[in-house]
Design a protein around this ligand. Structure first.
Ligand SMILES: Cc1cc2nc3c(=O)[nH]c(=O)nc-3n(C[C@H](O)[C@H](O)[C@H](O)COP(=O)(O)O)c2cc1C
Length: 187
């Protein structure tokens, strides 16, 4: 494998940007294809390819966001606000879902592979100079939203990935020290 110090720099520096602060430009068609190709090049137990990705441009996001209030029955209004009131300028939304119905790998692993798709998308977008935010809020778990998006029973939404450019870079956030996470296994 060829060494790639640039990739290490990218991983050490990448930060999410609040969806509401994402602005145009978004990825070009060619860049989007690269992002999606990187996104679907992930570990996938038994090669099931359980994932699907819906691409929503700005105008489709507006339609989706306008429908959310009538779909959010029972969800706290503050959660509704995150998407429908704040993500008004993000040029691109990718909705990643994973089917969980295969009996060839554990259900959880089909979901985890979908999470790997999300992370690869975020990293690939960052490598092309874009910011993003991975949101789920209430809408990722809402059956009416899933029906609107054509997501069948047995398929779960893993992430709403908002992608765009930054007006100003986000501040760094504290990261836990490795020592609080990593320890030597001694048996
Ligand atoms: C599965 C998943 C779901 C998330 N859902 C939300 C969410 O609904 N709302 C939110 O504010 N942040 C959510 N986040 C957190 C943000 O995507 C992001 O991690 C946070 O803004 C800081 O990210 P950074 O460490 O990449 O800068 C979620 C993260 C993950 C992994």
């Amino acid at each position: 494998m060829k060494r790639s110090p640039e990739t290490i720099d990218l991983l050490l520096q990448r930060r999410s940007q609040l969806a509401g602060k994402l602005v145009p430009p978004g990825p070009t068609e060619k860049e989007l294809e690269t992002i999606l190709t990187c996104g679907t090049r992930v570990p996938d137990h038994k090669g099931i390819s359980p994932w699907r990705i819906l691409v929503a441009d700005r105008s489709t996001q507006d339609i989706l966001h306008a429908k959310l209030p009538e779909l959010h029955e029972g969800a706290p209004a503050s959660l509704e606000k995150t998407l429908s009131k704040e993500a008004k300028t993000a040029p691109l939304l990718l909705i990643v879902s994973s089917s969980t119905t295969s009996d060839r790998a554990p259900r959880n692993e089909q979901l985890l592979s979908g999470a790997a798709v999300c992370q690869n998308i975020i990293v690939a977008a960052a490598a092309l100079g874009y910011r993003s935010q991975w949101l789920t809020e209430w809408f990722a778990y809402n059956n009416s939203v899933k029906a609107l998006l054509g997501i069948p029973t047995g398929e779960e939404i893993i992430g709403f990935l908002y992608i765009g450019s930054e007006e100003s870079p986000p501040k760094e956030r504290p990261r836990p020290p490795l020592s609080s996470i990593v320890s030597k296994l001694e048996l």
